[in-house]
Ligand binder design. Structure first.
Ligand code: ADP
Ligand code: AMP
Length: 214
């Protein structure tokens, strides 16, 4: 299965991506995770990306598209993948379509996790991620078993640099102006499935699996 998860920042893409990728045994390609990994290891890509990410802005298309194309040609993506956080602009979506066509692939599923903007601030500000494996928690909606410690790898939980009120508001602006138009793009160029992202994590995943199993 080759799929894209769309949704506002904090809609639950990363959380659901982990559950989907485990069930369908496909790699999880999160551009945000790739950038954060590069930032933590101080690569040239990380140094570039950090300038934009810390301000809540998008990393330029050319850098981002290259990252994704380099990842998609790897062996583990041969039979499927889940893209989380990419595309984020119509240009990225057009480039992805061209790239997939060039390697004789197409998308099977484009799925929107739909949450009203009123949910976004609390979801992002309460988020904690594992500094080691990247797993995402929420202080209220999805707390770890032990405070500050990752359930999966015992790594230390931290708050993302861009999960503060000012930056989340900017990320929401960026989403509205640059990423939201993808909903119409995929409605026109593909079939777009939608789940209600206001429900709790397990209900959302149950509804996603109903769509994917059909
Ligand atoms: P995204 O990848 O779309 O930015 P995440 O999956 O990281 O979003 O989720 C953002 C925050 O909201 C995290 O703290 C996560 O634990 C929490 N969260 C995810 N899905 C839900 C949900 N359905 N209900 C409540 N909180 C959720
Ligand atoms: P995320 O982890 O998906 O919330 O992404 C965190 C940040 O990484 C975003 O706010 C952007 O600055 C950057 N980023 C992630 N994916 C993309 C993308 N497809 N295009 C541009 N910037 C991106």
């Amino acid at each position: 299965m080759r799929m894209i998860l769309l949704g506002a920042p904090g809609a639950g893409k990363g959380t659901q991506a982990n559950l989907i990728c485990e069930k369908y045994n496909i790699p999880h390609l999160s551009t945000g995770d790739i950038f954060r990994m590069n930032i933590s290891t101080c690569t040239p890509l990380g140094v570039q990306a950090k300038k934009y990410i810390d301000k809540g802005q998008l990393v330029p298309d050319d850098l981002t598209i290259q990252v994704v194309e380099d990842r998609l040609v790897r062996e583990d993506c041969k039979d499927g993948f889940l893209l989380d956080g990419f595309p984020r602009t119509v240009f990225q979506a057009e480039e992805l379509a061209k790239f997939l066509q060039s390697i004789n692939n197409t998308l099977d599923v484009v799925l929107l996790i739909d949450v009203p903007t009123g949910f976004i601030l609390e979801r992002n500000i309460g988020r904690r991620i594992c500094s080691s494996c990247g797993s995402s928690y929420h202080i209220k909606f999805n707390p770890p078993e032990e405070l500050g410690i990752c359930d999966f790898c015992s790594g230390k939980l931290i708050q993302r640099n861009d999960d503060n009120e000012e930056t989340v508001k900017e990320r929401l602006n960026v989403y509205t102006t640059q990423t939201h138009p993808l909903i119409d793009y995929y409605k026109t160029n593909h079939f777009l499935s939608t789940v209600d992202g206001r429900d709790d994590i397990l209900t959302v995943s149950k509804n996603i699996f109903l769509i994917l199993d059909n």
